[in-house]
Ligand binder design. Sequence first.
Ligand SMILES: Nc1ncnc2c1ncn2[C@@H]1O[C@H](COP(=O)(O)OP(=O)(O)OP(=O)(O)O)[C@@H](O)[C@H]1O
Ligand SMILES: [Mg+2]
Length: 449
Amino acid sequence: MTNDVGADGSIVKGGDRAPPGLDGEREAVWIEVIRKMDEVYADLLRYETDLEQKNAALEEAQAFISSVIESVSDILIACGRDGSILQVNPAAVYLFGRPAEALTGRPLVELIDAPDRVRVDALLKAGLSSDVMTFEIRFVTASGISDLYAVNGATRYDPAGARVGTVLTGRPIGELRRAYEALHAAHSELQRAQRQLVEQEKMASLGRLVAGVAHELNNPISFVYGNIHTLERYRQRLGTYLGAIHGGADAAEIDALRHELRIDALLDDSGSLIEGTLEGAMRVSDIVKNLRRLSFLKAGEAQQVDIERVIRTAARWASRAKAGRVEIVFHIEKDLSVVGNEGQFHQIIVNLVDNALDASRGATEPLIEIRASRRGGEVAIAIADNGPGFAEGLIDKIFEPFFTTKPVGEGTGLGLWISYGIAREYGGALAAANRSGGGAVFTLTLPAG
Ligand SMILES: Nc1ncnc2c1ncn2[C@@H]1O[C@H](COP(=O)(O)OP(=O)(O)OP(=O)(O)O)[C@@H](O)[C@H]1O
Ligand SMILES: [Mg+2]
């Protein structure tokens, strides 16, 4: 026997069924109810799956955030508006040496070292004056005061934009600071050592120069000194002789005195004595003149200098001052120029041509070749001769002040030293070499201007 559902929802036993018209209506209502229930049920199922999916996504997001926070090696501390700790990451737990539960709820300020405590506390409570602030502070940890930390503080807002606290992230900078200070100290020490070295080098070259000057001057001065002594003795002898004459001595006495005082020899000798003294004085004056050239190293205004013109005039100057005929051939590229003081470049070329003239003088057909060309950003000037070139080991010495192989009176040994100094002054170079076919070549390079 089957049961039916009545219009009021009561169960109607099969035996006493309602009339057929009413039955149909009830059934339709009943079907509608079931359909609605099915719908609700389906909705419920859908909501449940939705919720499960959202929950899974949420868990995943939370796990991701936690894993990120936990793996961050910087310390991370979230504080409430009152400055109390809400959450810390493992790096902070490790730093403070206390479990997270012992840290949460505590005022952060208790964990900050005294000098910055008040300032940071005020900032945490009042809110940071800018969205991100940086402090350098030390923390109070279970094992004492920590290293110095660089801490960034950022204001934390709720979804409505109200300030709800602060997030602090920090990393130790003590090691970095110490490394930086050590580096700084090493750098200063290096600079000091470099200055000292430069000073020492300057003093050493000054010392060499002074020793050279002393040596060079010593020779003619002792020469002059000796001559003056002799002249003084001659003067005394002449005084005695003239005294006798003016005193009215007779001819025999005067003659005897003339022999005794060797007056004739004295007069013969005094000419060369005076000449020698004069030569010595001239040598001293030459050395002084050459030394004065040094003080012109920085003189003059920088201007664009036409290389061809400087070479040709300098070569003319140098050869005019020397006796003997030497052929000079020029191979000079057009429009070469450098920037600097023309007089100084002129001086270098005169010195080099002067040396080349001296060197090639002994050759059967003395020849000097001067080449100038551009090499990248530089102008290279080569002055070659067909003289004897340099003997073994000589090239190392020729740029030293007062080094000369020339006879006394012909060279002071300052020409190359001065030229080298000028070239260096302009960021250029001066080098010497033997030519493969014999003779010497000097190459001057200067930055092209
Ligand atoms: N072209 C050259 N060939 C061979 N030797 C040279 C040449 N140029 C220079 N020297 C050598 O280098 C030495 C030093 O030259 P430097 O020009 O400095 O002095 P100096 O010519 O002797 O004297 P100063 O130039 O002061 O009158 C010369 O004495 C010489 O021995
Ligand atoms: Mg010279």
